[in-house]
Design a protein around this ligand. Structure first.
Ligand code: PRX
Length: 659
């Protein structure tokens, strides 16, 4: 059964336990309603209060929200602060200098701990080193690093100097890296020799060399290399410098550069409905405020908690819920280099047991694969580990099917821990719609209710509210502090993508379809645009299509998603070659070649699971590819729709055949 079908038949409700409610940061429905009411009554006053109470400002703001040029909203825009100061220095001032900030667990199981004092010292030394290389506020740095303390140090050091970072996930290809270097106009690249994943060394620096060879990266003056494995790498003497040499001899104090609240802390690329990824630009103050508050609210973080988010810093989840939110909140967190299945499928459970993790945040895809692994290998079932430290479980990135939710709740959480199913996006900066563990009755598969101050709604094509129970477009009716500010270098695209005229240009359009039940709970139905969600990773169908047609053999390609038990959605590509349609062995060989090609163009996550060759694609007489039909063909279902407008209906049968 697909996730959507099983979600729609779900009726169970799990109320929070009284003892949890009693100790919660936001306690009970009354506590939640009080905050929502405050935001309704005095929207800007609500946000101003939170920003004053939770952040340290070097120059206090007097303006809260500037709405004079919608949708280019500004928050706290006459205030100044430094993000890294708010993540590190503040904890030294409040007596937590020796508290562990990061417990780093490497791929091979060795552990390194750094306290807030040590982390600040490292960030300062590295920031001083970058400064000595001539970098300053306003410059852009690409960070292409594995999960490591160094990745956090690099991001925080940029924040300390007001250098805007753009992290590129280590699994992305040289081509994707080059495109981002060019688009963001980077003058600095921070990378590693290699990364370790699942016992294997995976090169990183060579991808940087390849990216440079593609041209357009001439603005990059220095490449800083973290020596992770000591593997052999090509070296360009004038340009390349080791991270430890950059830090060497630098003082452990680096004055934070106070930046405007709206200063771009980072640009993170994500897929949209065109072939070109969008550089989502985030602010400093508004972003940090929400990162900090949502860590405290959604996970009910307490001073002694051990928190672990399994995301990679290459994604927004790693930015907000590893590098910024937990540090701003003064948490102790696990940072994990490896993969959930190495050395065996019990790795996550073993780590929770070893570090006595209290708050655990992961993706439905990981849960689904671990359900399978636990069935296949009973010794690695979570019941064989001591998981009694767990208090709150979270999920993110894609809808979770109720079966996986129930397994997570019972087998991992022992039927004791609330599961917070957090709906949000790269663009929203932080959680938007999510249960609160001491407030919300949980319904498996629903992200439940919007956080206080988040004016989420479901509307029709004209922007009118739909009744409860009716599906529609998920929108956010008012700006919020951690929202996307623009698409880097393309404000028009920002406006068109997120504030379309059809909705009056007033509402933020998330790009998800959603439903609300009789209790007002939100149920996310998936993307309404040409964006796929594969293992919680966002992929544009056009992006994969452009990669395919760049191959010399390919004349035309159409890409759609198909529901998949493990990855949520899988990529299915329909391809027309410049030569005759291949069959049998030859077809299989070309399909393999195209898969590898896509991995090289974008990254392995974009590889089509299924490639079908046709003499043609189903098109209307006006030449439009009928993706609606391709989606049905990809699922292997009978076509019941009217195909009379098709130029060449016979093609559907040909495309229906797997190789
Ligand atoms: O479709 C929604 C899905 O992931 C999209 C955002 O992807 P990305 O920007 O990569 O951010 C992922 C991490 C925040 C959304 O438009 N999505 C995210 N969280 C959920 C979800 N779908 C259902 N339930 C969720 N909890």
């Amino acid at each position: 059964m697909s996730t959507i079908d099983s979600v729609l038949t779900e009726t169970r409700v799990f109320e929070p336990r009284a003892d949890f409610v009693a100790q919660a940061n936001i306690s009970g429905m009354a506590g939640y309603r009080a905050l929502c009411d405050e935001a309704e009554r005095d929207f800007t006053g609500f946000w101003a209060r939170l920003a004053r109470e939770n952040l340290q400002w070097s120059r206090p703001f007097t303006r809260v929200l500037d709405e004079t040029n919608p949708p280019f909203y500004k928050w706290f825009d006459d205030g100044e602060l430094n993000v890294s100061y708010n993540c590190l220095d503040v904890h030294l001032a409040n007596g937590n200098a020796d508290k562990t900030a990061i417990i780093f667990e490497s791929d091979d199981g060795s552990t390194t701990r750094v306290s807030y004092r040590e982390l600040l010292a490292r960030v300062c030394r590295f920031a001083n080193g970058i400064k000595a290389l001539g970098y300053k506020t306003g410059d852009r740095a690409i960070i292409y690093l594995p999960m490591s303390i160094e990745a956090v140090v690099a991001m925080q050091a940029c924040a300390r100097l007001g250098i805007t970072h753009s992290v590129v996930f280590g699994g992305f290809s040289a081509k994707s890296l080059q495109e981002r270097i060019v688009d963001v106009g980077a003058s600095l690249v921070i990378t590693a020799d290699e990364q370790m994943r699942g016992g294997k060394r995976i090169p990183l620096k060579p991808a940087v060399e390849e990216a440079f060879a593609m041209g357009g990266c001439e603005a990059v003056r220095k490449v800083i290399v973290y020596r992770r494995t000591g593997g052999d790498v090509a070296w360009n003497d004038g340009r390349d410098v080791w991270m430890h040499d950059v830090e060497r001899g630098q003082p452990e104090l680096c004055e934070p550069v106070q930046v405007n609240a709206e200063h771009p802390l980072f640009v993170l690329y994500t897929s949209g409905s065109t072939g070109k990824p969008k550089g989502v630009q985030h602010s400093s103050a508004g972003y940090l405020l929400w990162a900090l508050l949502t860590v405290k609210w959604t996970f009910d973080l307490k001073p002694d908690d051990i928190y672990w988010c399994t995301a990679d810093v290459g994604w927004i989840t790693g930015h907000t819920y590893i590098t910024y939110g937990p540090l701003a909140a003064g948490a102790t967190q696990v940072v994990f280099e490896g993969v959930p299945t190495y050395p065996d499928a019990g790795r996550f459970w073993e780590l929770i047991q070893k570090h006595k993790v209290n708050l655990f945040y992961t993706a439905p895809t990981a849960i689904r694969s671990l359900v399978k692994a636990a069935e296949a290998s009973p010794p690695h079932h979570p019941r064989n580990y001591d998981l009694s430290s767990l208090r709150v479980l979270g999920t993110v990135g894609e809808p979770i099917n109720p079966e996986a939710w129930i397994w997570y709740y019972n087998q991992v959480g022992g039927g004791r821990c609330p599961v917070v199913d957090t709906w949000w996006q790269t663009e929203t900066g932080g959680h938007m719609i999510t249960p609160l563990p001491g407030v919300t009755g949980l319904k498996p598969g629903s992200c439940t209710l919007p956080l206080p101050g988040i004016m989420a709604a479901i509307v029709d094509e004209a922007g009118g509210d739909v009744e409860l129970g009716k599906g529609g477009f998920l929108v956010i009716k008012r700006p919020w502090p951690s929202m996307i500010r623009t698409i880097w270098g393309d404000p028009e695209r920002f406006k068109k993508s997120y504030y379309p005229e059809d909705l009056g240009g007033r509402y933020y359009l998330a790009g998800d379809g959603a439903n609300r039940d009789a209790d007002g709970y939100f149920w996310i139905m998936g993307r309404i645009d040409d964006v796929l969600n594969v293992s919680g990773h966002r992929l544009g169908t056009m992006e994969v299509e452009s990669a395919l047609v760049a191959h010399p053999l390919v004349a035309e390609a159409a890409v759609v998603g198909r529901p998949d038990d493990l990855t949520g959605e899988a990529v299915v590509a329909f391809v027309v070659l410049k030569r005759a349609r291949p069959e049998g062995e030859e077809g299989a060989r070309i399909a393999r070649e195209l898969r590898d090609w896509v991995a090289k163009e974008i990254g392995p996550i974009a590889k089509p699971k299924d490639i079908r060759f046709g003499d043609n694609l189903p098109k209307t007489r006006s030449g439009k590819i009928m993706r609606r039909l391709l989606r049905v063909v990809a699922k292997g279902e009978e076509i019941t729709q009217d195909v009379s407008t098709l130029e060449n209906p016979a093609i559907l049968e040909q495309l229906g055949k797997s190789l």
